[in-house]
Design a protein. Sequence first.
Lengths: 337, 260
Amino acid sequence: MIEVSRLTKCYMTHERGHTLREIAANLIRRPVREVRAVDGISFSVDRGEIVAFLGPNGAGKSTTLKMLTGVLHPTSGEASVMGMVPWRQRSAYVKRIGAVFGQKSQLLWDIPPIDAFYMNKAIYGVPEPAYRRTLDQLVELLDVGELIRKPTRQLSLGERMKCEFIMAMLHQPDLVFLDEPTIGLDMIAKERIRGFIADMNRQGVTFILTTHDLDDVEALARRAIVINRGEIVFDDELHVLRSRLGGRKAIRVTTETPLPDSPLPGVEIVRRTHALEADIEIDTAVLPLKRLIGELNDRYGIHDMSIEPLSIETVIKELYLGPVEQESAASTAGRSE
Amino acid sequence: MIGVLACIGVVLRTKLAAQMAYRSHFVLSVLLLIVGDLIVPMITVLVYRSGASLPGWTLHEALLVQGIFGLAKGIAFPLFFGMVGATLSQVREGTFDLLLLKPRPTLFMTMLSGIDPDDFGRLVSGGVLFGYAISGIPSPSPVQWLLFAAWFLASLAVLFAFSLLLSGLLFRWVGSSRVYDIFDSVTSFGMYPGTIYAKSFQQLLTYVIPVGLIAFVPASTLLGRAGGGYAWAAASAALFLSVGVFYWHRMLRGYTSAGG
């Protein structure tokens, strides 16, 4: 469905100083600097996938998404989405895609969402029967029957986000770009939105999900592409990402006597939640679980204990920070070859 | 075409509904626009009452120019001049991206997003002034009315070209509200009969920056004073519009969006 090859986007930015002298000098001459926001990335996405597109702030995620939605022209490289080049066949292309931006609303603040839906119906040229059928289906799925007739400004953030999804899906797109779709939402609203995305995906809609909320990723995506400083540093299934954690486990333990800062070799105290309770991380390759339990019990007396696999957040953090970056880049290069 | 008209109809209705959410603001805006647009004509009346005049033009004739200017703005501002404000705010905030995601020409979407029913107040003030001015001049013939209609379309084309040039400028001068001052300064020459200016300046206002086409030439047609020389002015309006369309699209290509 999506084929991206060596996509690059550079832009010029003005460099400004902060002292009075630098500001005055800027009136006469403003030095410019080239920023390579996206640096020759290549990847592909199959129909029906939900792919998480991750990266730290300023990594190039939004720029990539803007090129893939036809908003920006790339500096170089190629992309073909559903057989079209987004920035060259924009009008025909955008008819088949949808987009939800957690921080940019398509609704109209002072009037009910239903009016904005009608506006989109006219702009997309959706025939009345198809519009009615899709709207009814979406309203039922998201349970917003009453809400769509209330002024947008009176809706909660979660209710507004549900309406943003209706706005993006009314013309029945095959591919939807989601940029932070659950930002600022409470757990219940997040669950509802995730359920909706999963439902739509089961009906064949492909999603590209950009988010900093890794719970969204774990709940929805099977595959992740991680971008950092404009380059792809990981592109594979989530379980591969998890396997990078090796035998590391997260353990919450309550002991009878307080744990010291370095209780045992291979054990790291991540956080103390209480004098006698701590979150620890162990590397089972250094200290097998059976030995850890025995030694902890002997030395400090285990009162309570829960063991969980390390969250994906840990490995993502490592990818963002860089130590694994070189190795990952090599594996990504191998995969794209 | 039906789809385009349907879009304009739906957006007009939606924007009107949005205005109705704050009815007092809407009413006040319309009233202030009517009053604001009548200030220059009132000064013109005061000038004539004091015994002075615009050489060669009676009070009603001078007010006809200003009435047509008001009528042209009364159509241009609510329907398409709002694209300047839309570009100003949306390019700065990065929400212009949302217009690019719609399956219609970006220029049309920008125009739609700038539709502002408030500005129909200008149509009221222009209409009142036009009616008053017409009542004080000899009745134009049907041919003169037809020619007037054609020149009035040229007037709208010139205002559309101004909208395009200013809106296009805002892709580079991000967030600069000074473009309105540029517009006011340049077009204010069009509120007076062209013959009061020096010949060379008159030529400039007719053929180069065709501000004279907004009201002076259409008014001259109704008064039976338009000569054949103005035919070139029509070409100038068409050229000005083409330059506007070309420039706008050229500037759109430089749109870089805002940070994500």
